[in-house]
Write a protein that binds this ligand. Structure first.
Ligand SMILES: Cc1ncc(CN)c(N)n1
Length: 817
C-alpha cells in the first residue's frame, strides 16, 4: 500500500519523478502529447502591487503619471514632468513564488566563503546548521524522544531552545507514521487506532493531533492515486472536521489540500460543477493591479527584492565596460529591477553610460507595458540616465525575431527573464523560439530567476507530496513574517496560495498551469542552446543578505549555492546567469592587471559599494532633508567608533612595520593615525555644539559588531595585505559618501557642511588614494588565498558601513531634541 509514496528509508527523495534529475528533458521531438505535458505548464501570477520601502540601501526618486505612446526616450521626456511624490509602489511588483527549501547542504563554494568570513568574526560563530534543512523525519523522531529540543534558529545563541515543530516537521512525522502504519494494515480506520508510540513522547497534544491530521490527508491522497474515491472521501471528511482556514499552519495547509483533493475527486468522477470552476479562478484575473495584499506581501516578505537585487548584481557584473546597454526583458511587470539597475549604472563613474535601452517583450497587456515604460522613463529622467524604452509585442513567441529589437552593433546586449520562462513550459516550442533568438543576437549575459520546485510530476501522488511540503514551508514562512491577525495573510492564503494548491493538485492537462521544475531541467534545456552557466558572485549573496536583513524575520533566511546559482532558504527563488565562462575569466584577469585589484572589486561589487556610499542617510544630508536627531545619533556613535578605530589603525602601523616591502607605507599610515587625535577633538567640539553629551552614550549593536570586527582584524594571523585593504575601505566609504554631500548641486544644510568637508575634502581624498595604491600593490603580489580573504573583508566592511548608517537613521532618544 505504501509503495505509491515510496517513503522507505524515511526519505522523500524517492518520490521525485525522473525528470527532476539531470536528464535532458527538453527535447520535444518524438514525445507524445502527454509526455510533452511533463514539461509543460507553469505558474503565471502576473503583476502585483508595490511596496513603500523599496530599497534597503538606495534613495529613491519620484515618478509621475502616465503618458501615451512608445517607444520612449528619456531625453525626449526631459522637462515634461513635474517629479514630485514618491511612488515606489508603482515601480514594484509582487511574486508569491516561494518554495520548499532544497534538501541538500550548501555547496562547497558557499561553505568556503562562509569559512573565510568566519575567520574574521571570532565573536560571531557561523552556524553551519543554518545551511541544512530540519532533520530527516527519523532523526526528528529520535531527537524528540524524551527531550523535546530543537536547534535554535537564532544563531546569536548556541544553546538549544524548546521550539514549536514546524509545519514541515509535522508533515515529515506524519509521513513516517503513515509508512509505518500502512505497512501493517491498509485499513484506513487503523490510522487513528494505533496508539501514540513511544517516539511521540514529548509532543504536545496539539502536535500529536496535527500529525494524525496530516497522516489522514496523506492517506486520502494515496487513495485518490489508487482511484479509491469513496475511501478517500471518508478520510477527507475527517480532515475537514479537524482542519480550518483559521487554525494553526498545519490545520490551514490540511484544509486547503483537502479542498483540492475534494475537487480532484469531483473532477475525476464527473461531479465537478461550473460553480466549482468559478471558485478556482486565478486571483489575478479577479483582482488585477496593486492591492493591499500585494503591498503587504512586498513589505513583509523578502522574496521579490532579493530576486531583484541579485539579478541586478549579476547584470552589472557582466556589463562592466558597456556604454550602450540593451536589455531584452521577458516578463518586465512593473520593472522595479530597472530602478535598481539605473542607480547602479549612475554611480559607475569609470564608464559613463551613453544609453540604456530596455525592450519589454510581451504577448498581451500592452497597456500595462506602456505604463511601466512611462514610469521607468520618469525614473530615468530624475536620475539623468539616457534611457529608451521599447515594447516588442508578438502574438506568440514563435513570431519572435532578432529584427524586432532593432539592435545597434555598438550595443552590449543582455537578457533578463524573471519568473517568466516557466509560463511557457506548456509550449516548449515557444521557449525554443526564444532561445534561438537569444543565441543569434549573441547576448553577453542572460539572467534567469525562477522558483525551484518540482510541481510537474506526472504521478499524482508524487506531485501531491512535493506540493504539500512546498506549501508547508511556505505557510511556515508566512507565519513568521506576517502577523496572525493580518487580514492580508488570510487573503494571501485563501486566494493566491489556495489557487496554487488547487491548480497543482486538482487539475490535469492544459488546465494545470503551475508546473515549476527543478534547476536541472532548466540547465539541460539552456545547455542545448550553447549557454554556459556562470557563478553568482559573493556580492550577489551579500546583496541577498542585506535585503533580507531589512525584514523582521530576515535573520532566519539563509542562502545556498546549488552549483552555480543561489537559492534562498525561506523560498526557492533562484537566479543564475549564463555566459561564455572562459571569455569572462580571461576578461576579469586582464581587467585586474590593467586597473588594479581595488578598482576591479569596486566594479565587481558596484551595487554594494553604492549601497554603502549612497545610503539614504547620506542622501538625506545631501538633499537637506536629514532629521537632525539622526545626525546627532550618528555623531555620538561615530565618536565611539573612532575611539576603537585608533588601536585598529595603530595595529596596521605595526603590521606595516613588520611586513611591508615599502617604507613609504609607514608614513602614509602614520599620517592617518596622527590625524585621529584631531578627529576625536573635533567630535568633542561638534558634540558640544549639538548639546550631545558624550560621557553617557552606550554603543549600539551595529556599532559594537563593527568594532568587534575591527578587533578581529587586529589578530597577528591577519595579514598586512588584508588589514590594509580593510583600512582603505573604511576610509574610502566615508570619503566617497561625504564628498557626495559637498559636490556641486548638493543642498547640504550649512551647519553640516563642516562635517561633510572633514571626510569629503580633497586632502582626505588623496590620503584614500594613497591607501588604495598601497593595498593595490600588496594585492598584486598576494596569494589566491590572501586575495580571497581581502575581498571578503572588503565586503564585510561595506556591510558594516551600511549597518552603521542604518543604525544612525534610528530614532534618536538619548540626547534631547
Ligand atoms: C563608521 C565609520 N566608518 C568610517 C569612518 C572613517 N574613519 C568613520 N569615522 N566611521
Amino acid at each position: 500500500m505504501a509503495d505509491l509514496y515510496s517513503f522507505s528509508n524515511f526519505s522523500f527523495s524517492a518520490v521525485e519523478d525522473d525528470h527532476s534529475s539531470n536528464k535532458p528533458l527538453w527535447t520535444t521531438e518524438g514525445l507524445d502529447e502527454e509526455n510533452m505535458f511533463q514539461f509543460s505548464g507553469a505558474e503565471n501570477w502576473k503583476d502585483y502591487g508595490g511596496i513603500h520601502t523599496f530599497s534597503p540601501n538606495f534613495g529613491f526618486y519620484p515618478n509621475d503619471s502616465a503618458e501615451e505612446g512608445y517607444p520612449l526616450s528619456a531625453h525626449q521626456q526631459k522637462g515634461q514632468h513635474h517629479l514630485s511624490c514618491l511612488d515606489h509602489e508603482a515601480l514594484d511588483n509582487l511574486q508569491f513564488d516561494m518554495a520548499l527549501p532544497p534538501l541538500s547542504p550548501c555547496s562547497g563554494d558557499i561553505m568556503k566563503f562562509d569559512e573565510i568570513s568566519a575567520m574574521f568574526s571570532p565573536s560571531e560563530p557561523v552556524n553551519h546548521n543554518q545551511f541544512y534543512l530540519p532533520l530527516s523525519s527519523l532523526e526528528l523522531l529520535n531527537n524528540l524522544h524524551g527531550k523535546r529540543q530543537i536547534q535554535a534558529s537564532d544563531d546569536s545563541t548556541d544553546t538549544d531552545v524548546v521550539r514549536k515543530l514546524s509545519t514541515e516537521d509535522i508533515m515529515k512525522m506524519a509521513g513516517t507514521r503513515f509508512v509505518q502504519s500502512s505497512s501493517k494494515s491498509d485499513d484506513w480506520e487503523s490510522l487513528n487506532s494505533h496508539p501514540y508510540d513511544s517516539c511521540f513522547s514529548g509532543l504536545s497534544d496539539e502536535e500529536k493531533e496535527d500529525i494524525e491530521l496530516a497522516e489522514s490527508l496523506l492517506a486520502s491522497a494515496e487513495k485518490v492515486g489508487y482511484q479509491q474515491f469513496e475511501r478517500a472521501t471518508k478520510l477527507l471528511n475527517l480532515c475537514d472536521s479537524l482542519s480550518s482556514k483559521t487554525g494553526n499552519a498545519v490545520k490551514r495547509v490540511v484544509h486547503y489540500f483537502s479542498e483540492a483533493l475534494h475537487e480532484k475527486i469531483d473532477r475525476e468522477t464527473g461531479r465537478f460543477t461550473s460553480d466549482g470552476k468559478k471558485r478556482s479562478t486565478d486571483p489575478d484575473e479577479m483582482m488585477p493591479g496593486p492591492s493591499p495584499v500585494n503591498v503587504a506581501c512586498q513589505e513583509e516578505l523578502p522574496f521579490n527584492q532579493v530576486a531583484d537585487f541579485c539579478a541586478v548584481q549579476a547584470l552589472m557584473e557582466n556589463l562592466t565596460d558597456a556604454k550602450k546597454i540593451h536589455i531584452i526583458d521577458f516578463g518586465i511587470r512593473k520593472g522595479s529591477h530597472y530602478t535598481i539597475l539605473m542607480q547602479a549604472l549612475e554611480s559607475r563613474k569609470e564608464c559613463p553610460l551613453e544609453l540604456l535601452t530596455v525592450a519589454a517583450v510581451g504577448t498581451n497587456s500592452k497597456e500595462s507595458l506602456e505604463e511601466t515604460g512611462i514610469r521607468l522613463m520618469n525614473f530615468a529622467y530624475t536620475m539623468n540616465i539616457p534611457f529608451s524604452f521599447k515594447i516588442v509585442m508578438v502574438s506568440s513567441m514563435l513570431d519572435l525575431k532578432e529584427s524586432l529589437f532593432e539592435l545597434d552593433p555598438e550595443e552590449t546586449i543582455a537578457v533578463y527573464a524573471k519568473f517568466s520562462f516557466r509560463s511557457m513550459l506548456p509550449q516548449p516550442d515557444q521557449l525554443e523560439s526564444i532561445m534561438k533568438v537569444i543565441r543569434n543576437i549573441n547576448s553577453t549575459v542572460m539572467v534567469v530567476t525562477e522558483v525551484e520546485a518540482n510541481h510537474n510530476a506526472k504521478s499524482f501522488v508524487n506531485r501531491f507530496t512535493e506540493a504539500l511540503f512546498y506549501f508547508s514551508a511556505l505557510f511556515d514562512c508566512i507565519e513568521d513574517c506576517m502577523k496572525p491577525d493580518d487580514p492580508n495573510r488570510m487573503i494571501l492564503e485563501s486566494q493566491y496560495l489556495n489557487h496554487g494548491i488547487r491548480n497543482i493538485v486538482a487539475m490535469e492537462g492544459a488546465e494545470r498551469k503551475i508546473r515549476h521544475v527543478k534547476v536541472d531541467v532548466w540547465r539541460a534545456f539552456f545547455s542545448r542552446f550553447g549557454m554556459v552557466e556562470t557563478e553568482l558572485s559573493m556580492s550577489s549573496l551579500y546583496q541577498a543578505d542585506l535585503v533580507t536583513k531589512r525584514y523582521a524575520s530576515g535573520s532566519s533566511c539563509t542562502y545556498q549555492m546549488n552549483e552555480r546559482h543561489r537559492k534562498s532558504n525561506s523560498g526557492n527563488n533562484s537566479s543564475w546567469s549564463l555566459r561564455q565562462k572562459e571569455e569572462m575569466e580571461e576578461k576579469a584577469k586582464a581587467e585586474e592587471k590593467k586597473i588594479g585589484m581595488i578598482e576591479a572589486w569596486l566594479r565587481k561589487h558596484r551595487l554594494l559599494y553604492t549601497g554603502a556610499t549612497r545610503h539614504p542617510f547620506i542622501l538625506s544630508i545631501r538633499d537637506g532633508s536629514i532629521d537632525i536627531s539622526s545626525f546627532k545619533l550618528w555623531l555620538a556613535q561615530d565618536y565611539l567608533f573612532v575611539r576603537d578605530f585608533v588601536p585598529f589603525a595603530a595595529n596596521i602601523l605595526i603590521k606595516a612595520w613588520k611586513e611591508s616591502d615599502d617604507s613609504g607605507d609607514m608614513e602614509v599610515i602614520l599620517g592617518g593615525v596622527a590625524s585621529l587625535q584631531d578627529e576625536i577633538s573635533w567630535f568633542k567640539r561638534e558634540a558640544s555644539k549639538w548639546s550631545v553629551s558624550l560621557s553617557d552614550i552606550t554603543p549600539q549593536k551595529n556599532n559594537v559588531d563593527y568594532c568587534r570586527f575591527l578587533e578581529s582584524l587586529m589578530s597577528p594571523d591577519v595579514e598586512y595585505t588584508v588589514a590594509i585593504t580593510a583600512f582603505w575601505a573604511i576610509e574610502a566609504v566615508y570619503q566617497e559618501s561625504f564628498a557626495h554631500c559637498v559636490e556641486e548641486g548638493s543642498e547640504t544644510p550649512p551647519e553640516l557642511k563642516e562635517t561633510c568637508e572633514r571626510w569629503g575634502n580633497e586632502g582626505f581624498g588623496q590620503y584614500c588614494q594613497s591607501l588604495q595604491r598601497i593595498a593595490d600593490r600588496r594585492l598584486q603580489k598576494a596569494s589566491d588565498d590572501e586575495l580571497k580573504k581581502a575581498e571578503v573583508v572588503f565586503l564585510r566592511i561595506l556591510e558594516h558601513e551600511v549597518d552603521f548608517w542604518n543604525m544612525s537613521r534610528g530614532i534618536y532618544e538619548h540626547f534631547g531634541p
